[in-house]
Design a protein. Structure first.
Length: 259
């Protein structure tokens, strides 16, 4: 969709979410866009909670391991960086908690991504972990990511995933861009939820009573992609077991020779 905006903001412009609505009234379509509700300043982009940080650390770590398994080339993954897409309104932006980006420019990376600049692309895959301001994630973020040009948006609600009843809220929502370019709600439920962009399943794992968002290779969610720490620990255990077997064999051989 081509976006038209007026250089002068009217006192009562139409909301930017209307840009993703197909059937606007003549009055709405003629009105300038009031982007102010979507402004996101550095000060407003507050830090993550401890729980959010723990969820995202495990997710990004396992995403890195999945990238190694799949042999992804020229793919960048990170989180908590700004993406802007309206050249005349640089404060209209989002800050995904986690994202995948294809064909990033070479280092050094920019402070933020501005999709009108050469080499700056929208994220192929983005994740938002629902915070206390849950309406922002449920209502504002889908149309933002639709305009940004994301291919897939995952919204994970840890409170509901932990078993807390919240009316109208679910552990997983996945918005996906279809062949016709429409950005639609493709999944809403408890999971496992299939992600087309990473070709894997997203599941909730209980970790000491706290929900964690994890990547699984199978629809049952039992074959988890490990974090870097989990992989290192598994490799260390495998080496220890192999070394113990060698010691046992050497001991048996020594007994046979002695006998």
């Amino acid at each position: 969709m081509e976006i038209h905006e007026s250089p002068v903001r009217a006192p009562r412009g139409r909301l930017p979410r209307a840009l993703v609505v197909c059937d606007l009234s003549p009055n709405e379509s003629a009105a300038p866009v009031d982007w102010s509700a979507w402004y996101l300043t550095d000060e407003e982009d507050v830090g993550e909670s401890v729980e959010q940080s723990s969820i995202l650390w495990e997710l990004l770590s396992s995403l890195g391991q999945l990238a190694v398994e799949r042999g992804w080339k020229n793919v960048f993954w990170s989180g908590d960086n700004f993406f802007a897409w309206v050249p005349t309104e640089p404060l209209v932006r989002v800050s995904p908690d986690a994202y995948l980006l294809d064909d990033p420019p070479p280092p050094p990376r920019p402070k933020s991504w501005q999709t009108w600049l050469p080499g700056h692309r929208p994220p192929r895959w983005a994740v938002e972990v629902v915070s206390e301001e849950w309406k922002k994630d449920y209502e504002d973020n889908p149309p933002k990511y639709a305009q940004l040009g994301a291919q897939e948006l995952v919204i994970f609600d840890p409170d509901v995933a932990a078993g807390v009843e919240r009316r109208g809220r679910v552990p997983f929502q996945i918005y996906r861009r279809g062949p016709d370019g429409a950005f639609v709600l493709a999944y809403r439920g408890d999971g496992p939820a299939y992600s087309q962009e990473i070709e894997a399943f997203l599941v909730v794992v209980d970790e000491g009573g706290a929900p964690r968002l994890r990547i699984a290779r199978d629809p049952d969610g039992s074959d988890l992609v490990p974090t870097a720490e989990e992989r290192a620990l598994a490799e260390s255990d495998a080496r220890r077991i192999a070394e113990e077997r060698v010691r046992m064999l050497e001991a048996e051989l020594a007994k046979l020779r002695a006998g």
